[in-house]
Design a protein around this ligand. Structure first.
Ligand code: DX5
Ligand code: ZN
Length: 232
């Protein structure tokens, strides 16, 4: 059976002065998901965008908006993102005092839910909440900034996560996506896919590819990522 791979450009590296256009262009070029990085200068040492921006881009695209919360705490802001049209909301387990409750809150608001694992965070957090998870996101850099280098140990962790997910899917029939985030590019995406990821965040690799005015400017980078994925 052919594997489904999803490409999720992180708009953190987009040109914010024309965010709507950037999103349209990247989706027209064949990307699948809009990855939306939320940082609070508390959980991570950087500050980005919130529900207002999610609400503003929602009418621009039918693509899935994948909100990655790098904030602490998470419960107060989850309903705002659900209202702003997020499709998926993920958060870091260390940033919630009550992980099960936060996951349930996301689901109850009609969104897909997921946990994000920093490079040194154990996958054990998954063990008692698999039934409340639609996506597992492994960070392949320490969160906070785009443009960092992929941490190779992530490949071992991806293989472990793949095993856990496959065992769960076999038992329950329930699909869980395995996303990777940080330092992904056309040169390393093949081995990342081989290690078990099915959904790939790429920020600087995509939006750094070109800054001219051509609306098709992202065609070649998205095609290059797809070509590398086809080798996996
Ligand atoms: C990092 C963010 C990532 C980041 C990825 O904290 O979660 O989504 O934007 O950017 P690149 O692909 O440049 O590493
Ligand atoms: Zn992210």
């Amino acid at each position: 059976m052919e594997k489904t791979f999803r490409i999720a450009p992180s708009i953190l590296s987009a040109n914010f002065a024309k965010l709507g256009e950037e999103i349209t262009d990247v989706i027209t070029s064949g990307a699948d998901i809009v990855h939306f990085d939320v940082m609070d200068n508390h959980y991570v040492p950087n500050l980005t965008i919130g529900p207002l921006v999610c609400d503003a881009i929602r009418p621009v695209t039918d693509a899935i908006i994948d909100v990655h919360l790098m904030i602490e705490p998470v419960d107060r802001i989850i309903p705002d993102f659900a209202k702003a049209g997020a499709d998926i909301i993920t958060f870091h387990p260390e940033a919630s005092n009550h992980i099960d409750r936060s996951l349930s809150m996301v689901r109850d608001l009609g969104c897909k839910s997921g946990l994000v694992f920093n490079p040194a965070t154990s996958l054990d957090y998954l063990d008692h909440v698999m039934d409340k998870i639609d996506m597992v996101l492994l960070m392949s850099v320490n969160p906070g900034f785009g443009g960092q280098k992929f941490i190779p140990e992530t490949l071992n962790k991806l293989r472990l996560a793949r095993k856990k997910i496959d065992a769960y899917t076999e038992k329950t029939g329930k699909e869980i996506w395995l996303e990777v985030d940080g330092g992904v590019n056309a040169d390393n995406i093949t081995e990342i896919a081989q290690a078990g990821a099915d959904t790939f965040v790429a920020g600087s690799a995509v939006f750094g590819a070109s800054n001219d005015k051509d609306p098709n400017k992202y065609d070649s980078i998205i095609s290059a990522l797809r070509a590398s994925l086809a080798k996996a």
